[in-house]
Design a protein. Structure first.
Length: 565
RNA sequence: UGGGAUGUAGUGUAAUGGUAACACUGCAGAUUCUGGUUCUGCCUUUGGGGGUUCGAAUCCCUCCAUCCCAGCCA
């Protein structure tokens, strides 16, 4: 079914390129090879989902393969914790790299050999310029750069110096190995880019074996070439690096030539996708961690209760192009709701309770009704739900003096308690301050199960729980972390747009007993309220915690807002 | 002000010389034991100007706007 969908969809520009390459025999063995190459310096976020779906999706669609390659060339920033989370997140999305798990650090020896060859060919040199000097010599966007005074030293000296760099004879920041390309190139990336720098950092995989580490522009294309990548797909900001990529691929001795293609990264309004800013939120405890349900990380949306299917559908609807835009958050919510509507188990939960007493219902009597687990499914399973004289309904489902258009419970009005009975409100109890403490009702015994023989209709149906049977649990209602479409646009500081109401905790909500069976990973809908899941970190059988994934659409709230209520 | 890219409804994405479309959002209505879902309808589009052509979103010229690049980050 998913394939049919894919075939119906028009091709994006990458698919056109690949089909053209395939048709013209430009792909070895007709097997395309892509790769997803994250740097393990943070948690994956929604933006990465797009890249993952493109790379793994293309490989799947065209019968090729997709490698997972951890781009670990900067040990100062990279950690094993991140490697583990990256793998977990990709698996959660449902993609499998099989045996094709690679690390840029796997190629350190080969990379070193290639660098030595470059020196021998007179195409690289050891530079002694400091970082500041190098910047100065590089020129500017509008002015060409100047050659380093060390650019023309002898091959022998370069060889010795590079060897000594590797041996740890020089402190960090003193020497670099640079490609000898063109200091006057209009493309700054071609002005003798650094190939190696000295770094005395412990590497998560190679430990202390190396003290020189290869740069991205050198490592990435060669890693691609070694692995036989055919289509190296990255984001737009690397367009300027393509000449450097091609330069590296053309080094003598490199047989396979991959090609780089760039697409626009995913931006979503109300969300921040910068690793630096997300790290700040984590470090300053503005969120509970990388997997806080409000975080746009994959681990965050997973804990929030988003499904991998919804996220994949979302990025597929966004499409792939080179236009930098901002996708509406509402499209993502639509995808989440559409998927969850099909699969979420329905439960009744009263989050802001008001007590209902059915005066003409016998004391102590308990009846059980059958509730559908999912009305979207014709063959839905069912579960039991206890009914008694004392119930809770949602406080907003009762109004002593109803506003225009309100068709829930109010004195004299009849509504249905879902699956149970028709009830009519007869009066209220109030405390000394005039707050309603209970609503008295009568029920129609003939309406058992929620329908009547005379076929009379009611306009309102409320969810409810039996006061004596309900499970008490904590409910966390999450909302957007930022309240501005573009956080920080107004004041220049994204923290100013932090939504103060992004988390509302209900310590003791009443939920039907069936909720006790819910497990981490289950998708739930609290009827008429929203989609929920069991919190993977804090929920326990003794103290269950439910996270709100997203609300249901609420046209009544809209209508009320329009009436100015 | 150098180089590289990009401009199609509010948003995203199609249409490569032949009737501008799909989805989301928004609005209106119908259905409904969830004011959910579903269904129906509506609104709104080729950055500007010139040119080529019977015919241009598409080709040419020009202007404008936006984004990226001056790490020993990726």
């Amino acid at each position: 079914m998913e394939n049919e969908k894919n075939e119906a969809r028009p091709l994006n520009f990458l698919e056109k390129i690949i089909e053209d390459d395939l048709k013209n025999g430009r792909v070895p063995d007709d097997k395309i090879v892509t790769r997803f190459p994250p740097e393990p310096n943070g948690y994956l976020h929604i933006g990465h989902i797009k890249s993952i779906c493109i790379n793994f999706g293309l490989a799947l669609k065209y019968g090729g393969r997709c490698h997972l390659r951890l781009d670990d060339t900067n040990p100062a920033k990279e950690e094993t914790e991140y490697i583990d989370s990256i793998k977990e997140d990709i698996k959660w999305l449902g993609f499998d790299w099989g045996k094709y798990e690679f690390y840029a650090s796997d190629y350190y020896d080969q990379l070193y050999e290639i660098a030595v060859r470059l020196i021998k060919d007179g195409k690289a040199y050891v530079d002694e310029l400091s970082a500041e000097e190098m910047k100065e010599y590089r020129g500017s966007l509008t002015e060409p750069g100047r050659n380093s005074p060390w650019r023309d030293r002898s091959i022998e000296e370069n060889l010795r110096l590079f060897e000594e760099m590797k041996a740890g004879k020089y402190p960090e920041g003193t020497l670099t190995l640079r490609a000898k390309i063109d200091m006057s190139s209009p493309n700054i990336n071609m002005r003798d880019p650094a190939l190696y720098r000295i770094k005395y950092a412990h590497h998560p995989r190679t430990g202390d074996k190396w003290c020189i580490y290869p740069m991205y522009d050198f490592t990435h294309p060669i890693s691609d070439a070694i692995e036989g990548i055919t289509h190296s797909i990255c984001t737009l900001e690397f367009e300027d690096h393509r000449p450097a990529y091609d330069w590296a691929c053309s080094i003598d001795g490199i047989e396979h030539t991959p090609h780089q293609y760039e697409f626009a990264r995913l931006n979503i309004n109300y969300l921040l996708m910068s690793k630096r800013k997300l790290l700040y939120l984590v470090n300053n405890h503005l969120v509970s961690g990388w997997d806080d349900p409000r975080m746009p990380t994959i681990s965050g949306v997973r804990r929030r209760g988003y499904s991998p299917e919804a996220m994949k559908d979302f990025v597929s609807r966004v499409g792939v192009a080179k236009v930098e835009g901002v996708v509406d958050y509402s499209l993502m919510e639509f995808c989440v709701r559409e998927d969850l509507n099909k699969r979420a188990k329905r439960l009744m939960a009263v989050l802001d309770p008001i007590k209902i007493v059915i005066d003409n219902y016998p004391d102590g009597k308990v009846e059980y009704f059958e509730a559908e687990d999912n009305p979207e499914d014709e063959n839905t399973s069912k579960h039991r739900i206890a009914f008694s004289k004392n119930l809770y309904i949602e406080r907003e489902d009762f109004m002593e003096t109803p506003v225009k258009g309100y068709h829930r419970l109010y004195p004299g009005n009849e509504i249905r308690l879902k699956y149970a009975y028709y009830i009519t409100a007869t009066g209220v109890e109030k405390d000394g301050e005039g707050n309603i403490t209970a609503v008295h009702c009568t029920y129609d015994p003939e309406s058992r199960g929620g329908t009547t023989a005379d076929g009379r209709k009611v306009k309102g149906t409320s969810h409810w729980v039996s006061a004596d049977h309900a499970l008490v649990a904590e409910v966390r209602q999450y909302d957007k972390l930022f309240s501005a479409e573009c956080p920080g646009a107004a004041t220049g500081n994204y923290l100013d747009d932090l939504n103060p109401d992004s988390l509302k905790i209900i310590p003791a909500a009443y939920i039907e007993e069936e909720a006790g069976k819910a497990k981490v990973g289950d998708y739930l809908q609290f009827i008429r309220n929203g989609y929920y899941c069991v919190d993977s970190r804090d929920s326990s059988p003794e103290h269950m915690v439910f996270n709100r994934t997203c609300t249901l659409k609420d046209s009544w709230a809209k209508q009320k807002a329009k009436m100015g209520l």
